[in-house]
Ligand binder design. Structure first.
Ligand SMILES: O=C1O[C@H](COP(=O)(O)O)[C@@H](O)[C@H](O)[C@H]1O
Length: 263
């Protein structure tokens, strides 16, 4: 790998959230310089809680330190084939942890959930989500891949990210922006996910992985040859220095990969 991902490790969850906030707001600023909107994809799992802590903390009064939610477009890096109010829904989780807590005075983001009209057909959910992306990213022009300003990812204890699982054939899928999975090793089995080329094409890619439960997999991904073929390892490999890891000391205990001090 010529250009390495950045690894940040803080000692408390508050510090992780503070650093993540700074990073997201920097990404927002560069997105506004390009197109006056901020197009991001978010994951489920443990990410929405940290993101909420990061974004809903008080600002310092300057515009650069405010999430300008009315200019945000939020998509999903992956989603489970369940109703939006189901406890397994990534949209539902984001709504509970973040969207419902955004003060109305701050403005509301535009959020793009899956189409729940076709929940019994996973491929159709994926195809319709690709159409949503194509409408938002391509407009009248055709684009090869959607260019997210930022993708926020989790890292499962097996090294999965989005709904791209270790050794799964979807890791080799390059002919679509979204894909359906019917045999997810982690329940629920039926999900949709962004494909790897879309994830690694993003302008910025962030992993958030905290807690002692992540320490073995982080060591494998960041320090070992074996970890390079795991989904998170592939994102590192293909994303290079566009990738940043936001972690805490419990998750990086025993990890030798060099840490960065500041953003
Ligand atoms: O199933 C999923 O898991 C991953 C990782 O979740 P975490 O709780 O270990 O952070 C998550 O990123 C993904 O969106 C979700 O569908």
């Amino acid at each position: 790998m010529s250009k390495q991902p950045h690894l940040y490790s803080d000692s408390s969850s508050d510090e992780v959230a503070a650093r993540l906030r700074k990073y997201v707001l920097q990404a927002q600023k560069s997105a506004f310089a390009r197109h006056q909107k901020f197009q991001i994809a978010v994951s489920g799992g443990s990410l929405p809680a940290t993101l909420s802590k990061a974004l809903l903390s008080p600002d310092n009064g300057t515009l650069d330190d405010k999430p300008q939610f009315s200019k945000w477009e939020i998509f999903f890096a992956d989603e489970r084939a369940v109703p939006l109010d189901h406890e397994d829904s990534n949209y539902g989780l984001l709504k509970k942890d973040l969207l419902d807590k955004i003060p109305p005075s701050t403005g509301s983001p535009q959020v793009f959930p899956i189409d729940v009209e076709v929940l019994d057909n996973t491929q159709e959910i994926a195809d319709r989500y690709q159409k949503v992306l194509s409408d938002q990213f391509a407009g009248k022009d055709s684009v090869r891949l959607p260019l997210f300003d930022l993708i926020l990812l989790g890292c499962g204890p097996d090294g999965h990210t989005c709904s791209l699982f270790p050794g799964h054939e979807l890791l080799r899928k390059t002919d679509s922006w979204t894909a359906a999975i019917e045999d997810s090793p982690k329940p629920p089995k039926r999900r949709i996910t962004l494909t790897l080329p879309v994830v690694t094409h993003a302008d910025q890619i962030a992993f958030v992985a905290t807690g002692g439960g992540k320490k073995d997999i982080l060591k494998k991904i960041l320090d070992s040859e074996d970890g390079r073929s795991l989904p998170c390892g592939l994102v590192n490999e293909q994303g290079g220095d566009k990738v940043s890891w936001f972690t805490d000391s419990a998750a990086t205990e025993g990890v030798s990969f060099p840490q960065k001090g500041s953003l």
